[in-house]
Ligand binder design. Structure first.
Ligand code: NI
Length: 176
């Protein structure tokens, strides 16, 4: 396994619509996932999408740390892999949460996302995985899904007054 370089905002790969993964079990995809796991592990982040490591393919990793779990319907989860994902809102309710992104180091912003989503995709064995997600999990899945469509979280923000440097946001209590 290898720790991969992470693309930063401004690199065009982050604005591309990624292509489908033809065979989730292909050796190069397995290797990519293993390297992305290592990279995410080293980064301290909660999610990582393939375009962030310069691979324009529709797959992402995400997790729910114990500290971010929001109850029984949003349990802590070790790193999950979702390939060729589809996400749709399960209802109309949206809420704001503070987000950061490994491709936008040092910044945080409050981003509106759907509270509850339905998801469907494939795992590393090519098997279908699907379900309903809510809480922090739903939020991080929507953030990672956006990376596959060339969307970065500031592009989703409705109030750029709520974008700022991490250290300042923490210092002045703006953290959500
Ligand atoms: Ni991100």
């Amino acid at each position: 396994m290898a720790v991969l370089a992470i693309a930063r905002m401004g690199h065009p790969v982050l604005l591309q619509v990624a292509g489908d993964v033809a065979d989730p079990t292909a050796p190069e995809i397995r290797r990519l996932i293993a390297d992305m796991r290592e990279t995410l592990d080293q980064s301290g982040g909660v999610g990582l999408a393939a375009p962030q490591v310069y691979v324009s393919a529709r797959l992402f990793l995400y997790s729910v740390p114990e500290s971010r779990s929001e109850g029984a319907d949003d349990p802590a989860l070790p790193v999950q892999v979702l390939i060729n994902p589809r996400i749709e809102p399960a209802d109309d309710e949206m809420l704001l949460r503070m987000e950061g992104c490994l491709s936008i180091p040092g910044l945080r912003g409050q981003v509106p996302r759907y509270r509850k989503i339905r998801y469907r995709g494939q795992d590393e064995n090519g098997d279908i995985v699907q379900g309903v997600a809510t809480g922090f999990r739903a939020h991080v899945m929507q953030h990672e899904m956006d990376h596959l469509d060339g969307i970065l979280y500031p592009m989703r923000m409705t109030d750029l007054g709520r974008l700022g440097f991490d250290a300042e946001m923490m210092r002045y209590g703006a953290r959500a």
